[in-house]
Design a protein around this ligand. Structure first.
Ligand code: ADP
Ligand code: MG
Ligand code: ZN
Length: 530
C-alpha cells in the first residue's frame, strides 16, 4: 500500500527532527536526567513537528534501553510505538472529542496503571478545540496527576487555551522550519526514494510550504504523481501556480495606467468563473512582492514565485516608485474590504482598476496629477455611494437626499465642438460607462468630452452615433455616471464631431446604416459639411 511521504518519513528519534534544536535538546536532556515534567504544551504552526516530538517523547520515556535521551528503536516498546500500537501512548484528537464526557472518560482512564510501560502518555492534539467544560475537567486531572501519567497538549492556536491550563504545562514553541532545512530534508528523502529532485525545484517546494514540513512533503508527493524527475515545471504544475501570466499582465497594465486592459483581463477571468476575492488577494501578494523587491538588496528570497515571474516583478520594481506601489496595495485592500458588502464584486474590482489607473500616489494615497481633481471627486463619490448602499438607499449625486436637485445650469457662451480642451479623465469615465451600461458604450467610441464651468460637453464621433445615443434610454445613465464621478450636477450638451444639425430629419441613408450595423458591417459616413 502506498504510504504518503510525510507519514513514511516521520522522524523516529529527536536527532531526526530538524529546525527545532531548542526543543529536542531540552527534551533529550530531561529524559537523560530523569527529570521530565508531567505536562507539556507544544505550540506552533502546522507541520513543524509537534505530534512527531510528542510521539518520540512518549516512546523514549518508556524505552527499555534509551541512550542519551534518545530511543533505542529496537526494544519491544519502541517497535510498538513506531507501529502506532503502544497501548500506553494514547492520542486524543480534541477536534472530534471536544465534549466534557470525552474528557471524563480520560479522567477515569488516568487512574489505571499503565499496561506495559512505566508511563501512560496522553497526547491531546488540537487542544484549543475543547469545550469550556472539557477544559475544566482536564484542568482537574492535571492538578493532581498520578505519578505514572504524562500529558502532552498540542495546538496551533495557543491563544485559545485557558491560561489556567497553560500555566500548568512546560511550554515549547515550535518554529516555522527554515527554508534551507526543508530543502535538505527534501533532498535527503528524494535520494532515499530514488527521485530526481532539481535544486531549484526543492527550493520552490520549500518556499511554497511556508515553514511547514508536512506541506512540503505533501507537495513533493503531488510532484511525484506528475513525474519522478522533478523540475521547476513539475512543481509549478503540481502546486497550481503554472500559467498565471494573467496576474502579471494585470500588474503590467496597472503600472502602464491602462485601466481598459486591466478591466478586460478581470472580465475574462470573471467569465472563466475565477473567484474575484482570490484574484484580489493574488494581486495584493504580487504588488507586495514588487514592494519587497524595491525595499532593498537581498530581499529576493522573501518572494515565492517562479524565476520568470521574478524577472517580470524585478522589471516592474525598476520602473516604478514606492508611492505608486503602496497606493496600489491600499486601493486593492480597500476593494477587498468592500467585497463583503458589495452586491457586485466585478464592478467593485473594475472601479478599483479605474481608481488605480487614474490616481497618482504619494505615501500610498492618491493625490494630484493630471486628473487629481477627478480622482478625489471619484473617491468622495465612492465613499458616499458606499455609505448610501450601507443605508440601503439608492445613491444620488453628492447632494443631501432631501434637497431637490438644482436645475441644470445653462451654458454661458456658445461651445465650439471643433475647438475645445478635451477632458483628460474621459477615458476613465468611459471605462466605467462601458462596464455599467455597455449598451451605450458602442455609441461613444472615439468620443471626447469637455467641461466648462458647470457645463459638460460630450462630443460624439458621428452624427449617426449621436442620434442613436440620444434615442437610447440609457443616455440618462451617462449623465448620472458623469455627475457621480464629479459629485456635481452638470448641464449637458451633446455634439457630434461634425457639428451637424442633429435634429435633421431622418434621411434614407440612416435606414441603410441601421441595417449595416445590425449585420455588423462597419460603415463610415463622411459628412458633407466637412
Ligand atoms: N521538524 C521536523 N523535522 C522533520 N520532519 C518534520 C518536522 N516537522 C514535521 N515533519 C514532517 O511532517 C509530518 C507532520 O508533522 P507533525 O509532527 O505531525 O506536525 P504538527 O506540528 O502539525 O503536529 C511528519 O510526519 C514529518 O514527516
Ligand atoms: Mg499534529
Ligand atoms: Zn527502545
Amino acid at each position: 500500500m502506498y504510504q504518503a511521504l510525510y507519514r513514511k518519513w516521520r522522524p523516529m528519534s529527536f536527532d531526526d527532527v530538524v529546525s527545532q534544536p531548542h526543543i529536542t535538546a531540552t527534551l533529550k536532556n530531561q529524559i537523560a536526567a530523569g527529570k521530565t515534567a508531567h505536562a507539556y504544551l507544544f505550540t506552533g504552526s502546522r507541520g513543524t513537528g509537534k505530534t512527531t516530538c510528542a510521539r518520540i517523547f512518549a516512546k523514549t520515556v518508556n524505552c527499555l534501553s534509551p541512550r542519551d535521551g534518545e530511543p533505542c528503536l529496537e526494544c519491544e516498546i519502541c517497535k510498538l510505538a513506531d507501529k502506532g500500537v503502544l497501548p500506553d501512548m494514547i492520542e486524543i484528537d480534541a477536534a472530534s472529542n471536544s465534549r466534557v464526557d470525552d474528557i471524563r472518560e480520560l479522567r477515569e482512564g488516568v487512574n489505571y496503571t499503565p499496561e506495559m510501560c512505566k508511563y501512560k502518555v496522553y497526547i491531546i492534539d488540537e487542544v484549543h478545540m475543547l469545550s469550556p467544560g472539557a477544559f475544566n475537567a482536564l484542568l482537574k486531572t492535571m492538578e493532581e496527576p498520578p505519578a505514572h501519567v504524562k500529558f502532552i497538549l498540542a495546538t496551533t492556536e495557543v491563544h485559545k487555551v485557558p491560561e489556567t491550563i497553560v500555566s500548568r504545562c512546560q511550554h515549547f514553541d515550535f518554529h516555522r522550519i527554515r527554508t534551507e532545512d526543508i530543502v535538505s530534508r527534501l533532498e535527503y528523502i528524494a535520494q532515499q526514494e530514488n527521485l530526481s529532485l532539481h535544486p531549484d525545484a526543492a527550493n520552490l517546494i520549500a518556499r511554497l510550504s511556508d515553514g511547514g514540513m508536512r506541506d512540503a512533503l505533501s507537495l513533493l508527493d503531488q510532484c511525484v504523481a506528475y513525474s519522478e524527475d522533478i523540475s521547476l515545471d513539475t512543481v509549478s504544475a503540481a502546486a497550481g501556480i503554472a500559467g498565471r501570466d494573467h496576474l502579471f499582465d494585470i500588474l503590467d497594465s496597472a503600472f502602464a495606467r491602462d485601466a481598459g486592459a486591466m478591466i478586460r483581463r478581470i472580465d475574462e477571468l470573471y467569465a472563466k468563473s475565477k473567484d474575484l476575492s482570490v484574484l484580489c488577494s493574488e494581486l495584493i501578494t504580487q504588488f507586495r512582492n514588487v514592494m519587497i523587491l524595491m525595499s532593498g538588496k537581498g530581499t529576493e528570497d522573501l518572494i515565492v514565485c517562479l524565476p520568470e515571474e521574478l524577472e517580470r516583478l524585478k522589471k516592474m520594481a525598476q520602473n516604478t516608485d514606492m508611492d505608486t506601489v503602496l497606493f496600489f496595495i491600499s486601493a486593492l485592500q480597500s476593494c477587498q474590504e468592500r467585497f463583503s458588502r458589495s452586491p457586485n464584486k466585478c464592478i467593485e474590482l473594475e472601479m478599483c482598476a479605474v481608481r488605480m489607473c487614474s490616481g497618482k500616489a504619494q505615501g500610498g494615497q492618491a493625490v494630484s496629477g493630471a486628473s487629481s481633481a477627478a480622482v478625489s471627486a471619484l473617491n468622495e463619490r465612492l465613499t458616499k455611494l458606499e455609505a448610501a448602499v450601507a443605508r440601503g438607499v439608492p445613491a444620488k449625486a453628492g447632494k443631501p437626499a432631501n434637497v431637490p436637485p438644482a436645475p441644470p445650469p445653462k451654458p454661458l457662451k456658445k461651445f465650439d465642438p471643433n475647438n475645445y480642451t478635451p477632458l483628460n479623465e474621459w477615458n476613465d469615465i468611459l471605462q466605467i460607462i462601458n462596464t455599467k451600461v455597455p449598451a451605450i458604450g458602442s455609441f461613444l467610441r472615439n468620443s471626447a468630452a469637455c467641461i466648462e464651468g458647470d457645463m459638460f460637453y460630450l462630443i460624439i464621433a458621428s452624427d449617426f452615433a449621436l442620434r442613436k445615443f440620444k434615442r437610447s434610454d440609457d443616455s440618462a445613465k451617462l449623465k448620472q455616471i458623469v455627475n457621480d464621478y464629479y459629485g456635481k450636477n452638470f448641464g449637458f450638451m451633446l455634439y457630434s464631431s461634425h457639428d451637424a444639425d442633429i435634429e435633421d430629419q431622418d434621411n434614407p441613408i440612416n435606414e441603410l446604416l441601421k441595417r449595416a450595423q445590425q449585420a455588423n458591417i462597419e460603415v463610415e459616413v463622411k459628412n458633407k459639411k466637412n
